[in-house]
Design a binder for this molecule. Structure first.
Ligand code: GRF
Length: 209
């Protein structure tokens, strides 16, 4: 049974989608822990209610990024992770931290990368006149939002969309996409460790429309 450790900073809706799919579909894996850098992350209580171990590593009590990352890695490693899943984890991670989990750490970003890395993705997609927006699951590498793309989901940008309306549409797609990709990994069907930009999955499409 593989151990999945999920890092969150807020609501945790992707974390819950993964935990629910894991239980409902009987994955050969368990969500071993949900860890947040914020004590007030709403997702922590949701995880605890589901009987999942939770932990907080508060970035504010660590003087440097390196010190925070080292403390975070210690807590993560206490749960013997096979896969580390970033799900709305709002801290930039050092190269040392990222390299420690090379090939076994995923992130979901709310845009069709490589467009709109960074913040305010929905506002920027609307302002740019995009007709499609979406989300990307990618392997985490030291360069922010630039790791090899594993899968993407696209949704329409509708006439008159607000940032909130578009965000809700993207989030709904994320809740299908992210559990699917994590399951591929659990099943050993996707290889995240390659040097190239393409991450291949046998069988199922790596896009969702
Ligand atoms: C998602 O939109 C994800 O793409 C981004 O942060 C948001 C997290 O939402 N990285 P939630 O905490 O999973 O509800």
């Amino acid at each position: 049974m593989k151990n999945i450790v999920i890092l969150i900073s807020g609501r945790g809706s992707n974390m819950m989608a993964i935990a629910e799919a894991c239980a409902a579909e009987g994955w050969n894996a368990r969500v071993a822990a949900v860890i947040s850098n914020r004590q007030d992350a709403a997702g922590l209580a949701e995880a605890a209610q589901r009987g999942i171990a939770t932990a907080v590593v508060d970035h504010r009590v660590h003087a440097t990024r390196a010190a925070f990352d080292a403390a975070l890695a210690d807590v993560i490693d206490g749960f013997a992770p096979d896969l580390v899943v970033l799900a709305g984890f709002m801290r930039i991670l050092s190269a040392e931290f990222v390299n420690r989990y090379a090939g076994r750490m995923l992130n979901i970003h709310p845009s069709l990368l490589p467009a709109f890395s960074g913040l305010n993705t929905h506002r920027r997609a609307i302002d740019a006149g995009c007709k499609l927006a979406g989300a990307t699951v990618h392997v985490v590498t030291p360069e922010l939002d630039h790791g090899p793309i594993v899968a993407q989901a696209a949704v329409p940008v509708l006439e008159g969309d607000t940032e909130e309306a578009l965000a809700a549409r993207v989030t709904a797609a994320e809740h299908i996409l992210y559990p699917r990709v994590v399951r591929w990994w659990v099943d050993g069907d996707v290889d995240f460790s390659g040097e190239g930009r393409m991450v291949h999955r046998r069988g199922e499409a790596q896009w969702l429309l």
